[in-house]
Design a protein around this ligand. Structure first.
Ligand code: NAI
Length: 334
């Protein structure tokens, strides 16, 4: 069996981590032959809760999990890690302005970027889940200059999974028979869920989902809005934000990054933009990507109609605004 790899999860005492840690530890992400050492980072007041999480992990008796290191010290948490799930972030509190929220998160992701830079393996794969995920990932990468920019990503996989499930329900097939649904842009209400290129597998042959449904109005209106507002709908029903599905999405994202995507299939990841499809450069923008040998590549040459381009431009504009605000916060602090 392989040597254990070190994997860090931040926000480890929180609700997403509670589902995610089990998925990682039983081999859903790095495979059934890959033993793990888990590093769990949270803030000092949560160390008691974290102790309970460690006890439960131990009580799961998971053969792949070799040891667990709970800590409030980023230098310990990021030491020699090969994969980092950055789930912890400052939540919006009542009366908090957007700028205050961004400022608190810039600080967190600066500290974590610097600690990754000093401690992590140089080929570490970083997935930012904590919101605002795209801009947090950009800040984190900026403060970790010795780690390639391609190694930082933001999670839009939950949006992709939600979109895939909506299309499957509309077409009337199991969710596994739908692929190539795209999330463009920001993990926010401006994201653009796009099923234009989605495929349906019917008895082994693949057809275009939109052609199958023949309901353009549903795709442009109902589908887009349902996916954009799904997080809010879950909160309204559960009185808590998505956690199990967010954990599953984080596991899917990292698994595909390590294991690759099947031929002809793509997934959506927030990655450093090269300006493809008219997206602004140098923001973390969600694109369709294929992955091989742990390296992602933006899918090129997809046909983009006027409606899609407008939606891509709109979410890109929001990311540029977030970047400007984040840079203002950083330069005021320096
Ligand atoms: P939670 O509030 O249950 O847990 C967050 C944990 O992070 C807490 O234990 C907190 O103490 C910890 N934390 C705060 N600051 C930290 C720091 N500097 N270092 C380490 N840990 C820190 O929240 P939940 O539900 O687990 O969500 C976590 C984040 O994920 C939130 O920002 C949420 O908005 C985001 N999210 C993102 C999604 C996406 O699709 N990208 C989907 C769902 C949630």
């Amino acid at each position: 069996m392989a040597e254990p790899i070190k994997v860090v999860v931040t926000g480890a005492a929180g609700q997403i981590a509670y589902s995610l840690l089990y998925m990682i530890s039983k081999g859903d992400v790095f495979g059934q032959d890959q033993p793990l050492v888990l590093h769990l980072l949270d803030i000092p007041p949560m160390m008691g809760v974290l102790e309970g999480v460690v006890m439960e992990l131990m009580d799961c008796a998971l053969p792949l999990l070799r040891s667990v290191v709970p800590t409030a010290d980023p230098e310990v948490a990021f030491k020699d890690v090969s994969a980092a799930f950055l789930v912890g972030a400052m939540p919006r509190k009542q009366g908090m302005e957007r700028r205050d929220l961004l400022a608190a998160n810039v600080k967190i992701f600066q500290v974590q970027g610097e600690a990754l830079d000093r401690n992590a393996k140089k080929d570490v794969k970083v997935l930012v889940v904590g919101n605002p995920a795209n801009t947090n990932a950009m800040v984190c990468s900026r403060f970790a200059p010795s780690i390639p920019k391609e190694n930082f990503s933001a999670m839009t996989r939950l949006d992709q999974n939600r979109a895939q499930a909506q299309v499957a329900a509309k077409v009337g097939v199991p969710v596994g028979d739908i692929s190539n649904v795209i999330i463009w842009g920001n993990h926010s209400s401006t994201q653009y869920p796009d099923a234009t290129h989605a495929l349906v597998n019917k008895n082994g042959s693949e057809t275009n989902a939109a052609a199958e449904v023949k309901d353009d109005c549903w795709f442009k209106n109902v589908f887009v809005e349902t996916v954009q507002k799904r997080g809010a709908s879950v909160i309204a029903a559960r009185k808590m934000s998505s956690a199990m599905s967010a954990a599953k999405a984080a596991a899917d994202h990292m698994k595909d990054w390590f294991m690759g995507t099947p031929k002809g299939k793509f997934v959506s990841m927030g990655v450093m933009s090269d300006g493809s499809y008219g997206a602004p450069k140098d923001v973390i923008f969600s694109f369709p990507v294929t992955i091989e040998n742990c390296k992602w590549k933006i899918v090129q040459g997809l046909e983009i109609d006027d409606f899609s381009q407008k939606m891509i431009n709109n979410t890109g504009k929001e990311l540029e605004e977030e970047r400007t605000e984040a840079f203002n916060i950083i330069s005021n602090k320096l």
